[in-house]
Design a protein around this ligand. Structure first.
Ligand code: FAD
Length: 420
């Protein structure tokens, strides 16, 4: 669809939030358009089918979510109902995060010690948050504890950042019900299918939202659009560095976005020869006593592959090192743990580079210490005409796809309320 010249509600960004807003406005009698800079909808929800023609053995097609993969807090996750309605099979296999496939690599006694230290850290963080004073979550690490680097590694996966950059109040606000499911055909494909009915203009980058006049003037790479209202759902890093601008400027929004940077998490998919020697849906950590290491999901859904996950500063170093560095690191770590024959048995298929993606510039938001209140500031409407959604605006499910979708629905309700 090409860009219309006028619309009631312009929705900027076709990720889970923008699509959630558009779907919620379907019955409102307001005309809408979702404006998306990329060639595709889904944003940080993106499923690919990874395959390799020059593999040592025939590699079957592998479902690979480059972005969101888990239906976190599945008992409260709005995408579960949507998956059921759209006939997407849900896999309820428990995630292997707290397990380890190989006792020799990380002996059970050591594992139990680590889990105890991790739980103790979360307990201390919960108590500290009750004071209402914000600080860096790293303050809750027990001084001298040998597991601290590994607890920090978990933070790089969960927050995309080390604990010294994570607000304790924000971390405490996240609601984790402990139930995590997956979508067999891919979470990205689910979001794409959910958004398919939305009117949209792709390959259309918004550069400026001029709200100085009676109607909004939205400048894009495909021309100018006049709109009554706008719902802005782009990732915080793009608001923070003013890749999308407002006139008059909105310094409170820019400050809030700067307090909610996107951390970094990257995934790499490796084809696995002779898969039957490894457990289905197993887990492996690249090392035990350091922060800079990968975490590996062995044979997700029983497929002939290993999915590697890297986070925080280490992921950024690997991205900066160029294409192939993530896969090379993953293979080195797996070979060091499981033996040299894995060098021949593993073959890189695909990987993400979210920090280098111009329309994401990171993976998911975390609040910097002292900035837990920024989510509410970012979410607040301006002047009854500009509305804000996106995962970073969710008070309790930030950093997730369902949090993003629900925030889009919330912004749509705000639009309808001022139109009544
Ligand atoms: C590696 C990784 C793993 C993850 N794992 C999970 C998980 O297991 N479970 C989970 O729930 N979540 C997970 N997430 C997070 C989840 O993917 C995101 O929180 C969610 O998809 C964000 O949706 P959104 O709509 O807020 O933003 P986005 O999906 O980023 O959508 C914003 C859209 O705006 C577009 N845009 C940007 N700038 C412009 C512009 N100037 N003009 C027009 N359009 C623009 C972008 O192209 C994008 O499509 C993961 C993310 C990553 C990267």
């Amino acid at each position: 669809m090409s860009l219309p010249s006028e619309v009631d509600v312009a929705i900027i960004g076709a990720g889970a939030a923008g699509l959630g807003a558009a779907r919620a406005l379907e019955t409102s009698n307001l005309s809408t358009i979702v404006i998306e800079a990329r060639y595709r909808i889904g944003g940080r929800a993106f499923t690919i089918v990874a395959s390799s023609s020059d593999s040592p053995t025939a590699v079957p097609n592998i479902t690979f979510d480059l972005g969101c993969g888990w239906l976190h807090s599945a008992d409260r996750n709005s995408f579960v109902r949507i998956a059921e309605q759209l006939d997407f099979e849900i896999d309820k296999t428990r995630p292997p995060w707290r397990e380890q496939g190989f006792d020799a690599v990380f002996p059970p006694k050591e594992r139990a010690d680590f889990i105890e230290a991790l739980d103790d850290f979360y307990d201390r963080a919960e108590v500290a948050a009750k004071s209402g004073r914000d600080s860096a979550a790293s303050a809750c690490l027990k001084s001298g504890n040998r597991w601290n680097p590994m607890i920090d590694a978990i933070s790089t996966y969960v927050n995309g950042a080390e604990l010294d950059r994570v607000s304790i109040l924000d971390m405490d606000a996240y609601e984790d019900t402990g139930i995590n499911w997956r979508v067999r055909r891919g979470f990205g494909l689910l979001v794409l299918t959910y958004g398919a009915p939305c009117p949209r203009a792709v390959n259309t980058k918004v550069t400026l939202i001029d709200h100085s006049g009676k109607r909004l003037r939205i400048e894009t790479s495909q021309g100018t659009l006049i709109a009554g209202k706008a719902i802005v759902t782009v990732p915080t890093n793009l608001i923070a560095d003013e890749s999308i601008r407002f006139h008059p400027a909105l310094p409170a929004k820019v400050d809030a976005a700067r307090g909610l940077p996107l951390g970094l998490a990257d995934k790499v998919m490796l084809a696995l020869d002779r898969p039957d020697t490894l457990p289905k849906d197993g887990s492996l950590r690249g090392a035990t006593m350091r922060t800079a290491m990968g975490s590996f999901h062995l044979r997700p859904f029983g497929q002939a592959c290993i999915e590697g996950f890297f986070g925080g500063r280490f992921a950024r170093e690997l991205e900066d090192a160029g294409g192939g560095a993530l896969a090379a690191q993953a293979i080195d770590e797996i070979v060091a743990l499981l033996g040299s024959d894995f060098r021949q048995r593993l073959k890189p298929l695909a990987g993400s580079r979210w920090a280098h993606d111009p329309f994401a510039r990171g993976s998911y938001s975390h609040a910097l210490p002292g900035h837990a209140g920024a989510r509410a500031v970012l979410a607040a409407p301006v002047d009854g005409r500009l509305f804000f959604a996106g995962e970073a605006t969710s008070p309790n499910f930030f950093s997730t796809a369902h949090g993003a979708r629900d925030s889009g629905e919330r912004a749509a309700r705000e639009v309808v309320a001022v139109n009544l």
